[in-house]
Design a protein around this ligand. Structure first.
Ligand SMILES: Cc1ncc(COP(=O)(O)O)c(C=O)c1O
Length: 398
């Protein structure tokens, strides 16, 4: 049996006709850059994400860049984030000329640890005589960027409290977590991307909501930021050929917005299916006696009564024998992958930041142990049974 890590054709088949209708509309209109289809999608996705506004961008990376540029984060600044994420989270910080500061993750959730950030802010960062919060290397600390990795929200209550205490905004990298929910005390619910000052999402084709190419979104909670962000994606232009500041070409294509508009109403159902798969995996792994050999994904918010307490963009197990298990599963025809094999503090391009191996033990251990298994919505029960049996066979062989 073949079990791919992801099967985008299985999702496309049932949507083919409706997508073709919307794509043809755009082609017939010849309105390819922004325009009514993008505007319609922005309203729908803003409401879905419960944000104050939503600005379609050319990718998640560009959405983050636009937000950092809007905040004026650049040379002389620093941004705190996780070393265990896709490169873009820290890459964008560097690209605007600021310094990424890494703090370690929580072992259970793989998300940025609020305790590690609190410890950095309390023990390593310093306030100047003029009250400016600075890294020991002198940069002004401008933001905290938690990432809702694999579709599970980071500990936002704690990060928002830290942001407030230190007077810095919390910017959410929700690229992998559209629709994920977070339980605040008193029964209040937060939506990934809409809890901090700003958030961004990626619609890379493999995401839970995937475009037919690159696409992304920036959201925020203060409508006063909407117009500048709209200008930011148009080279800082708000009136034709009049530029108040320097932005970029960060626009969402109308063709991508058309695809995303057709897919958006299906997103909740797809996330439900992913979560059902995770529940079945758990049952099957328990029945096979494998829970002592592999660690299953943590579900810290499962008891909070939220539908999307996890959206399982990735289903990630861990085992110290990861590389052997990966080779075995591949030989069985099962698609699996390592997100991410080298933490960002150890990337060559960040050598000048002067982090050493051992600086972030949980991130480094996760990088050595994680393995993502297939969890896409159209995956069948039989395929999942085959995955679990193949893992059981691996451990039986010893
Ligand atoms: C956590 C994270 N941040 C940022 C990005 C960047 O998004 P994009 O590929 O749309 O630029 C991604 C996408 O892979 C991601 O997973």
């Amino acid at each position: 049996m073949q079990v791919p890590l992801l099967d985008l054709k299985a999702q496309y088949g049932p949507l083919r006709d409706s997508i073709e209708v919307r794509l043809r509309e755009v082609v017939e209109s010849q309105y390819f850059i922004l325009g009514p289809v993008v505007a319609e999608f922005e309203v729908a996705i803003r409401d879905y994400c419960h944000s104050a506004f939503a600005v379609g961008m050319s990718s998640g990376t560009d959405a983050q860049l636009a937000i950092l540029m809007h905040l004026g984060i650049g040379p002389g600044d620093a941004v705190i984030t996780t070393p265990f994420t896709f490169f873009a989270t820290a890459g964008c910080v560097s690209r605007v000329g600021a310094r990424p500061i890494f703090c370690d993750i929580e072992a259970g959730t793989f998300n940025l640890s609020p305790a590690a950030v609190a410890s950095y802010l309390g023990n390593v960062a310093r306030r100047d005589a003029d009250g400016v919060l600075r890294a020991p290397t002198g940069e002004r600390i401008r933001a905290i960027v938690p990432v809702h990795l694999f579709g599970l929200c980071a500990a936002m209550k704690e990060f928002l409290a830290l942001g407030k205490a230190y007077g810095i905004p919390v910017l959410e990298d929700a690229s992998q977590a559209i629709g994920a929910e977070y339980p605040f005390p008193d029964g209040l619910r937060g939506d990934a991307g809409s809890m901090g000052e700003f958030g961004w999402y990626s619609f890379f084709p493999s995401k839970n909501l995937g475009a037919f190419g690159d696409a992304g979104l920036a959201v925020g909670r203060d409508v006063r930021d909407e117009a500048p962000l709209r200008a930011m994606r148009m080279h800082g232009m708000d009136t034709q050929y009049v530029h108040r500041f320097v932005g970029g070409n960060f626009r969402l294509d109308a063709l991508q917005a058309a695809v995303l508009s057709v897919k958006l109403p299906h997103l909740d159902g797809w996330s439900d299916a992913r979560r059902d798969h995770a529940a079945l995996y758990r049952k099957l792994f328990e029945a096979a006696g494998l829970t002592g050999k592999i660690t299953l994904p943590a579900e810290p918010y499962a008891q909070a009564g939220l539908r999307h307490h996890h959206i399982y963009h990735q289903y990630v197990i861990r085992t110290p024998r990861r590389d052997e298990l990966l080779a075995h599963l591949k030989s069985c025809g099962i698609g699996c992958a390592v997100y991410y094999p080298l933490p960002l503090h150890l990337q060559e391009c960040f050598a000048a930041l002067d982090y050493r191996a051992g600086a972030f033990p949980e991130s480094e251990r996760a990088a050595a142990e994680v393995l993502a298994l297939p969890v896409y919505p159209e995956l069948t029960r039989e395929q999942m049974i085959f995955v679990v049996e193949s893992i059981a066979e691996f451990f039986r062989r010893g």
